[in-house]
Design a binder for this molecule. Sequence first.
Ligand SMILES: Cc1cc2nc3c(=O)[nH]c(=O)nc-3n(C[C@H](O)[C@H](O)[C@H](O)COP(=O)(O)OP(=O)(O)OC[C@H]3O[C@@H](n4cnc5c(N)ncnc54)[C@H](O)[C@@H]3O)c2cc1C
Length: 387
Amino acid sequence: MSDRLYLDWPFLEARHRDLVTGLDAWAAAHVGGAHGKDVDAECRALVRALGQAGWLQHAVFRDGMDAGRPVDTRAICLIRETLARHSGLADFAFAMQGLGSGAISLAGTPAQRERYLPGVAEGRLIAAFALSVPQAGSDVAAMQCSGRVEGDHVVIDGEKTWISNGGIADFYVVFARTGEAPGTRGISAFVVDAGTPGFEIAERIDVIAPHPLARLKFTNCRLPLSQRIGAGGEGFKIAMRTLDVFRTSVAAAALGFARRALHEALGRATSRKMFGGVLADFQLTQASLARMATTVESSALLTYRAAWLRDQGRTVTREAAMAKLEATEGAQRVIDAAVQVFGGLGVVSEQPVERLYREIRSLRIYEGATEVQQLIIGRELLKGWNA
Ligand SMILES: Cc1cc2nc3c(=O)[nH]c(=O)nc-3n(C[C@H](O)[C@H](O)[C@H](O)COP(=O)(O)OP(=O)(O)OC[C@H]3O[C@@H](n4cnc5c(N)ncnc54)[C@H](O)[C@@H]3O)c2cc1C
């Protein structure tokens, strides 16, 4: 298939091509595109299936990140891209196991790793990453959720919101202000097991592309300090390092959605009979398809460049921001154009392009909104200019 030619790009190696071929076949057999009514049950089943088939091993690092086995960013990206082509929920299930366990892989004690990571990798335990608070999403440093250290315990009070897997997770990595220093140096990370007294799901949140999401509430939630990840005050650094591993993969997920939209649009444009021919006969349609294909290819180039550079041990602050910015914004445009090609059918509930139209939207907001990525790129450019 011509849309697989990118697998021969020099950024990728033979093992990556084999990975995509294997996962594509597995996903075709195990992952349905449409979502039923019980998104919690579907998500649990997907996590279990992804774990049993071994795919989660690529996102979860039982022996610590970059220690036993180096992070293969390209593999994570290819898996997200491939799953996103098949199902947004499957991509979500995969990504959250990595994001939710990343802090433990990066900075957890051997006991924490042993207790949580094998279960996450095998799909027996569901993980969540709880950073955002109602008062501060983009401005993480302004977080108000507090952690008060009392002897060998910490007491957490406050709220977290927009927490993916909220309501179905077995544990939550929670970032709270512990006050060792002002600003970002006064935040610590803790693992909170579901069912811990003082911790509750305050609200389940319905979003346009359904997946488990909740607001969490902590009231006098007491944990032994052995549940802290890393030292006191290191939480912000740990959160940023975790996001750094997965940021490029958000671009890859957007790319998967865009590729699927282009595939659907090509199918429709070449089969829809119109004015004695088919829709694809018209140059205006060809121009739209050409723009879509060019956006997909440029997003892929930026995404796999960033992933490859990261795998070479390079800092990819600028490259990952460019990839996320361009791939998520570009995918939104590609999917919108695909809906247009489908006409009325494009807005019918649960048509593939209608689903993609809803799936892509939040990727432009989470893990650093588009404007945040622009600020990062601008800052990096100016840093270079002054040097
Ligand atoms: C579906 C979904 C899943 C999520 N899952 C998780 C999760 O698992 N864990 C977690 O911790 N959080 C999660 N989030 C939260 C997400 O990270 C935040 O929504 C995001 O950081 C934005 O924060 P906010 O919603 O408070 O928006 P705000 O911070 O209020 O920002 C609103 C808008 O302001 C703009 N903006 C932001 N900064 C600037 C700037 N400097 N200059 C100009 N404009 C700017 C952006 O357009 C942004 O969308 C999720 C969000 C969504 C939508």
